[in-house]
Design a protein around this ligand. Structure first.
Ligand SMILES: NC(=O)c1ccc[n+]([C@@H]2O[C@H](COP(=O)([O-])OP(=O)(O)OC[C@H]3O[C@@H](n4cnc5c(N)ncnc54)[C@H](OP(=O)(O)O)[C@@H]3O)[C@@H](O)[C@H]2O)c1
Length: 266
């Protein structure tokens, strides 16, 4: 029998954060559609979660750097009315600093972290708005707020995800659709090894276990947060940063340059 909660479609569900969302959402009673390239890992996760929770778990192997494959996931999101949650999570990290990274690899990163994420978020926003319900969880990163401290292409992809989420929220919040950007700090997953690094080179005091990260992010979703930073002790700090940004609003577009530039006619 289909779950009354509906189905959660999770990208990057074969490991790390996505696999943990799959576990937690199955335990909450959602049916699942698991998307990633590694069909065997998806199948193994599907069998375990079906056995342990009794929900229906479909696997959808897809390489999300392939635009035709992204279109097929998009079609599923648009056509399957049972889908009530998108966890837009698949992503890759940098191989090092920008000056040492391979530009072709950075293009692939943009294809996965930006182009595919955008396509699926827009499809879900449009479909969920018509259905009058649903939740979109976009996995960004705290590096969206600290571009000076990380590979610029990676942090820019995550700033894209944060901006996109905030903008979608302003269009769908009155249509019964929840939107959340999750900004993890360093989280213990395969992402560092996959990019040729090692999690062991990172300060342990800064690395969160993936289950804690996802449980905090889901608590943030339950609390109705638009932006969730699992590490941040005081949410007032984020509120203040957002207020400072919004305070710029009235002065971001005038018909004359500011007087301090001394431009004739100002
Ligand atoms: N771990 C951290 O410290 C951290 C911090 C902030 C944000 N994040 C973000 O969290 C998200 C999940 O990362 P993670 O840490 O859980 O890393 P992970 O363990 O490496 O998981 C990445 C997932 O993305 C999938 N994936 C990679 N390339 C793909 C492709 N071309 N097409 C489809 N799926 C693909 C992988 O599956 P397949 O290999 O089977 O395709 C895997 O399921 C990413 O967006 C990452 O940027 C992570």
């Amino acid at each position: 029998m289909p779950s009354p909660l509906g189905t959660a479609l999770i990208t990057g569900a074969s490991s790390g954060i996505g696999a943990t969302y799959a576990d937690r959402l199955a335990r909450r009673g959602y049916d699942l559609i698991l998307v990633a390239r590694d069909a065997q890992r998806l199948q193994a996760l599907s069998e375990r979660l079906t056995k342990e929770t009794g929900v229906t778990v479909d696997v959808f192997p897809a390489d999300l750097t392939d635009r035709a494959a992204v279109r097929s996931v998009e079609a599923r999101l648009r056509e399957n009315d049972a889908i009530t949650v998108l966890v837009n999570n698949a992503g890759i990290g940098p191989k090092g600093k920008l000056l040492e990274d391979d530009p072709d690899y950075l293009d692939t990163m943009i294809e996965l972290n930006v182009v595919a994420v955008n396509r699926l978020a827009v499809a879900a926003a449009q479909a969920f708005a018509v259905r009058g319900r649903g939740a979109i969880v976009n996995i960004a990163s705290v590096v969206a707020y600290i571009p000076e401290r990380f590979n610029g292409t990676y942090s820019a992809t995550k700033a894209f995800v944060l901006n996109l989420t905030q903008a979608i929220h302003s269009e769908v919040s009155d249509k019964g659709v929840k939107v959340q950007a999750v900004l993890p700090g360093l989280t213990r997953t395969e992402i560092f090894e996959r990019a040729g690094g090692s999690i062991d080179n990172l300060p342990p005091s800064m690395v969160m276990d993936v289950t804690d990260m996802v449980d905090a992010a889901l608590a943030g979703l339950d609390q109705g947060e638009l932006v969730t930073i699992p590490s941040l002790p005081d949410s007032a700090d984020l509120t203040a940063a957002t207020a400072a940004r919004l305070a710029l609003g009235p002065n971001l577009s005038h018909n004359k340059p500011a007087a301090r530039y001394g431009v004739a006619g100002a």
